[in-house]
Design a protein around this ligand. Structure first.
Ligand code: SAM
Length: 197
């Protein structure tokens, strides 16, 4: 079936498939490693309805452009830049999970548990939300890798909007848990998402 695609298309679609597969499987396995199997649900695969919709849109855009504007998919250096962003973003996110360990829950904690300590070292010493920074770079990178102009802009804006509202919500509880220690951390370290204080 892949013979109907050019070499570039074959490479880009394969890269996208393995990128997405690696991201979700590794999120799930790391969640088990950090929290134990009994506490992890299938939701830790991070595949929601909206996400499936976004990926369907992405593939649809890719195939339409491949058919009508095949030269758009032949920009190897742009595609490689996207691949670099995917690897870079994935690395930052996984470093965040490995640094925060038990504190890195996929669902935002609203009640302080005794074991929950404030992490301010490692990647958390560079930005306050390295998991989100990494995901943002990863998601935009997937679209640059596919040379998908519409989805590149859409992913950048939609993911940014998501974190723009999620970060204050998450930090509302972190301030309750850690008080002045969190205020000082906020003063010292940027959020890691552009234009989010
Ligand atoms: C999905 S994780 C994301 C963590 C962080 N926002 C990031 O992007 O790396 C969400 C959980 O991490 C916890 N969390 C966020 N920042 C933290 C920090 N600096 N230290 C400890 N826990 C943190 C929150 O309480 C929340 O339940």
């Amino acid at each position: 079936m892949m013979e109907i695609f050019s070499d570039s298309a074959h490479r880009q679609l394969s890269q996208m498939f393995y990128t997405v597969l690696f991201f979700h499987v590794s999120e799930y396995l790391l969640a088990i490693a950090c929290h134990g199997k009994s506490k992890v649900t299938i939701e830790s695969l991070l595949i929601s309805k909206d996400y499936i919709l976004a990926m369907t849109f992405t593939v649809t855009e890719y195939l339409i452009e491949l058919y009508f504007f095949p030269m758009l998919k032949e920009h190897r250096s742009i595609s490689n830049l996207g691949l670099f962003m995917v690897i870079f973003g994935e690395t930052i996110r996984k470093l965040a999970i490995l640094t925060a360990k038990e504190a890195f829950t996929h669902i935002i904690q609203r009640y302080h548990e005794e074991h929950h300590k404030l992490i301010t070292y490692g990647v958390y010493g560079i930005v306050r939300h390295p998991g989100y920074t990494g995901f943002w770079i990863w998601s935009v990178g997937t679209q640059i890798m596919l040379c998908n102009p519409v989805s590149t802009v859409a992913f950048a804006v939609i993911t940014w909007c998501f974190f723009y509202s999620r970060i204050p919500y998450e930090e509302f509880f972190l301030k309750q848990f850690f008080g002045l220690e969190y205020d000082a951390y906020m003063q010292r370290v940027p959020s890691g998402i552009p234009f989010v204080k």
